[in-house]
Ligand binder design. Structure first.
Ligand SMILES: *Cc1c(COP(=O)(O)O)cnc(C)c1O
Length: 234
């Protein structure tokens, strides 16, 4: 096995063990937490190595970058998530390339995704990205606008709203991110009450803070550097 490939395999194993321990601490089952490997900047062969190590969900940030890699990976069928900000002019391409859009943050974008998915008689799983700290985050819907956006999205026949996603501000001590994760969960609970539906997914937690996120109810953790190594700086 090439060195990079074998280190990805052992990183996956270590991250899975940490997920299992965090789940145990919070009386949860590890199989209820999906590890979404965040593969931006890494090549198709790194994705394949993670797949071979058992990963069945991947998150990419940019439509164009993923277009350039996916041709090499058509033989594997994990679920592909778009986790980065999506411009509505790329909604059609994104709907063809991804199974999940985790970063829906406005109704116009959602409507374009719905139309595009409808053209092929398909549906897309989506999460609404929420800004949990308006002073720091660039993307995501403002908390006050979340109920109206969710109400709009659940009317769209080709979108299935599964839950919420967030990227909290970077905290030196990951425990300081706990209030943000707690807030996302509370927003989700309020939304379920308000709309009388269930939105089971909470996508929160990255390499630096995923254990805290799991303790606060994450069902999907998006992990890049702890699996693939440090990203090259631009
Ligand atoms: C890059 C990225 C991640 C993973 O970040 P790491 O710190 O490398 O684990 C998770 N979510 C989003 C939205 C990202 O852009």
């Amino acid at each position: 096995m090439p060195r990079v490939t074998s280190s990805i395999a052992s990183n996956v194993e270590q991250v899975q063990e940490r997920i299992a321990r965090a789940a145990a601490r919070s009386d949860r089952r590890p199989e209820d937490i999906v590890l979404v490997a965040a593969s931006k900047t890494f090549p198709a062969e790194a994705i394949r190595a993670a797949y071979d190590a058992g990963i069945r969900a991947f998150g990419e940030n940019r439509v164009q970058e993923w277009e350039s890699k996916q041709a090499e990976l058509t033989d594997i069928k994990p679920s592909w998530h778009l986790i980065g900000h999506l411009q509505s002019n790329k909604a059609r391409r994104a709907s063809r390339l991804f199974d999940w859009i985790d970063s829906v943050d406005d109704a116009e974008l959602a409507a374009k995704l719905d139309d595009a998915a409808g053209e092929t008689n398909e549906w897309l799983a989506v999460l609404i990205e929420v800004q949990v700290d308006p002073t720091e985050s660039k993307s995501g819907v403002a908390q006050v606008d979340l109920p109206a956006l969710a109400e709009a999205v659940i009317q769209m026949p080709h979108l299935q709203l599964r839950g919420l996603m967030t990227v909290p501000p970077f905290c030196e001590d990951p425990r300081d991110a706990r209030p943000y994760f707690r807030r996302l969960r509370r927003l989700r609970d309020d939304l379920e009450q308000h709309l009388g539906r269930s939105f089971p997914e909470l996508s929160m937690g990255m390499s630096h803070d995923f254990e805290v996120a799991i303790e606060e109810g994450a069902t999907q953790v998006r992990i890049g550097s702890a699996i693939f190594g440090e990203r090259a700086r631009k």
